[in-house]
Design a protein around this ligand. Structure first.
Ligand SMILES: [Zn+2]
Length: 727
């Protein structure tokens, strides 16, 4: 039997239509934190559902246990307890409860998947950079934060910081970061108003609370803190009663699905039908993203005039429906709603939305342009960092719900390119907007649809501080989402990076170790270590960019049994079983804006690294704001096309301490190119990439391309030389 949870639900005593009073029963994961008995056998039972530890009589226990449907548990077959890292037991998986439609996959509770290898080093860079020190140097999340009871910033910035700090702290098991997060969590958990409202009393906006709900849910998964579920339950009851007279507005109206996701998370733990009622109300009051994309109107770059920003209409529906971060968050709207509706039409809403964003605003780094409204396909346009991390989170959630392997491809493309591309190597400075063709980072630079001149500086809070508060969730949530549980009680690798997994399959604790230098190398070694032999399906995502994959189990080649983009290996697993996957990482090309060419190798996008001259603009507390000016020419056209992709030379080196730094770039490509003098920049902005094919009389050169994120000044979408160009 699993050990008892510490302080979270020691013993249930009683009998109510199936449970014997006085008999020890393991508390099922879904009731973790709802009911506890702090006494011993035969003593008075205490419950902490909705109210913290009401001393209760036997009769009261029976009544409350009955109301939670404990009675439906079969006698003598206790379910697994959802343990916490503090007691060392593995995490159980919590699936969708009826009437919700089942998911293809389920995210494992926070802490089940932990980064190793280069991914752990990347999270450590974040912790040693601004991610682990923001509160020490930025007053908006400092000691006077409204989310600590102070008079400072009381809106989204505290919750944003927590939404990434909590998973960073627990994935790294870092006491310093846990202590930082705990202050905010304790304040919120200990200052709930009697009516159920949480957060600073200086505002009643639903939106910032939607973010805090996500942080609280992650914290509960990692620790089992018994305060969380009752606080969430009371808050959602309050929200359900309050929304009819104080409906969703502006940001909250366009981001309702994030609120719904945590309500569903709680439903799967308490079974309170009122939570489904709440999700339906949020859907009714929220923006209809599916209708917007069923008849998509925003097919050209949005201008300030189009959305009437000059008339103070920044929070009007027109502006908010074309806002990049809102669209990134909304990618999960249809999948989240499909859990309630059970409708295939809703499930298909995801592809309808992503397809339109790609078609009209897609960029070669996997993102859509949004600087900060939708900005077309010109690779000199930018994408906001908040949109990068919110899109990743939407992809992680949508992948779990839908099980579409292609979502994993997109998640990796953004995680390995656009995410690290927006940061300095040490993660002490970030950009608000990044560009695929980024030839200068400076105040000169203003190609943006609606953003200000600081937007592509590397700094503390260029343009606006939202990304400063919100970037933290990118890497940790990616790491936590690499493996998921499948609907049929198996495990699935939905994205690849070095990590280890501790979970439970059926009732058997299972440890997995994934060793790899992916995405820089194509070999992945997964060691399976169940505590005793156990049969379950192991699914491995086969990316769409490869046709051939080699999979071996204990050295013997196995058929990949591919289903819907996943290889499925079902066998009786025993300790030390080794699964090896070999992806051929061949360079490939894709066409983009004006028939430009971008070069990929697996999930990595490659760029020409322009010489960088870093100039400090000003000190900003523990960090600084930087401009970066080009110190070399950049206007190259490629002397290659789809037919000559095999001629690209690939070279590699050991992955260093900073996986995405330029000087340690673990892989590089060499391609033929010629300068194209007619392609210029104006005020630090590359002209739109010229229509291919192009002609050039310049001599042919061989240029080296590096991973997108390694080049802070870069060309990623190249014009292509006509094959008959003179040589
Ligand atoms: Zn932002």
């Amino acid at each position: 039997m699993a050990p008892w949870g510490k302080g979270t639900g020691d013993v249930i005593l009683g009998r109510t239509r199936g449970i014997a009073y006085g008999q020890r029963v393991l508390l099922p994961a879904r009731y973790n934190g709802l009911i506890c008995c702090r006494g011993g056998a035969g003593t008075e039972v205490k419950l902490n559902y909705r109210d913290d530890c009401i001393c209760s009589s036997r009769r009261r226990f029976l009544k409350q246990a009955g109301s939670l449907a404990i009675a439906s548990l079969p006698i003598g077959s206790p379910l697994a307890f959802a343990g916490s890292p503090s007691n060392g037991s593995p995490f159980s998986v919590i699936k969708n409860a009826a009437p919700l439609a089942p998911n293809a996959f389920y995210l494992l509770p926070l802490g089940s998947v932990r980064p190793t290898g280069w991914l752990r080093r990347q999270l450590e860079i974040q912790a040693n950079g601004l991610g682990g020190h923001l509160d020490e140097t930025w007053a908006d999340v400092g000691s006077n934060s409204g989310w600590l009871g102070g008079t400072g910033e009381s809106w989204e910035r505290g919750p944003y910081f927590l939404d990434g700090l909590v998973p960073l702290a627990y994935l790294l098991d870092d006491p310093r970061l846990k202590a930082k997060a705990q202050k905010y969590l304790d304040w919120t958990l200990d200052h709930q108003l009697p009516d159920g409202m949480i957060g600073p009393s200086s505002n009643h906006d639903w939106w910032p609370r939607m973010v805090m709900l996500k942080a609280l849910a992650q914290y509960q998964e990692a620790t089992g803190d018994p305060r969380v579920i009752p606080v969430l339950a009371r808050y959602f009851r309050y929200q359900l009663s309050e929304l009819p007279r104080r409906p969703l507005r502006d940001w909250g109206k366009f981001r309702w699905q994030d609120n719904a996701l945590t309500a569903i998370w709680l439903y799967n733990r308490t079974g309170d039908a009122k939570l489904i009622e709440l999700v339906r109300l949020l859907h009714t009051q929220g923006h209809d993203w599916q209708a917007q994309y069923a008849d998509f109107q925003y097919t050209t770059p949005v201008t300030a005039q189009m959305i009437k920003l000059d008339q103070g209409q920044g929070l009007a529906d027109l502006a908010l429906s074309t806002h990049g971060v809102n669209n990134g968050q909304a990618l999960k709207a249809a999948p989240v709603w499909s859990m309630v509706s059970g409708s295939d039409v809703d499930r298909r809403g995801f592809q309808q939305m992503l397809g339109a964003l790609d078609k009209y605003h897609g960029l070669p780094n996997g993102m859509f342009s949004c600087d900060e409204h939708l900005a077309g396909r010109n690779p000199s346009q930018g994408s906001e960092l908040c949109t990068v991390v919110e899109t990743m989170y939407s992809l992680e959630q949508s992948l779990a719900i839908l099980g579409d392997a292609g979502i994993g491809d997109r998640l990796e493309r953004i995680a390995f390119n656009a995410l690290p591309g927006a940061f300095t190597d040490d993660m002490w400075a970030h950009q608000y907007n990044q560009e695929p063709n980024q030839v200068e980072v400076s105040l000169h630079h203003q190609p943006w649809t609606t953003d200000g001149p600081e937007s592509n500086l590397y700094g503390l809070e260029p343009n606006f501080g939202c990304c400063t508060a919100n970037f933290h969730q990118g890497w940790p949530k990616f790491a936590a989402s690499l493996w998921m549980a499948s609907h049929d009680d198996g495990l699935a690798a939905v994205a690849y990076s070095p990590c280890e997994v501790r979970t439970v399959v059926g009732k058997t604790p299972v440890h997995l170790s994934e060793e790899t230098e992916y995405p820089f190398r194509g070999l992945i070694r997964i060691t399976v270590n169940p505590s005793s032999e156990v049969t379950f399906p192991l699914r491995l995502r086969i990316p769409s960019w490869t046709e051939s994959v080699e999979i071996r189990v204990n050295g013997a080649r196995v058929a990949d049994g591919r289903q819907e983009g996943f290889a499925k290996i079902e066998r009786r697993w025993k300790g030390g079983d080794l699964v090896e996957i070999k992806f051929p990482l061949q360079p490939s090309v894709v066409r983009g804006y004006k028939d430009s060419l971008s070069i990929n190798r697996g999930p990595l996008v490659f760029s020409y690294p322009i010489g960088e001259d870093w100039v400090k603009l000003r000190d900003r507390g523990m960090t600084a704001d930087w401009q970066v000016f080009p110190s070399s020419q950049w206007n190259y056209a490629l002397a290659m096309d789809e037919k000559s992709v095999q001629e690209i030379a690939v070279s590699g080196r050991t992955i260093g301490d900073s996986p995405f730094s330029l000087k340690e770039a673990p892989v590089s490509l060499r391609v033929g190119a010629r300068k194209l003098p007619s392609w210029r920049a104006v005020d630090g902005v590359a002209d739109p990439v010229p229509q291919s094919p192009v002609m050039s009389d310049e001599p042919q050169e061989t240029v080296t391309l590096v991973p997108y994120a390694s080049a802070k000044l870069r060309i990623t979408a190249f014009p292509v030389l006509q094959r008959s160009s003179p040589g």
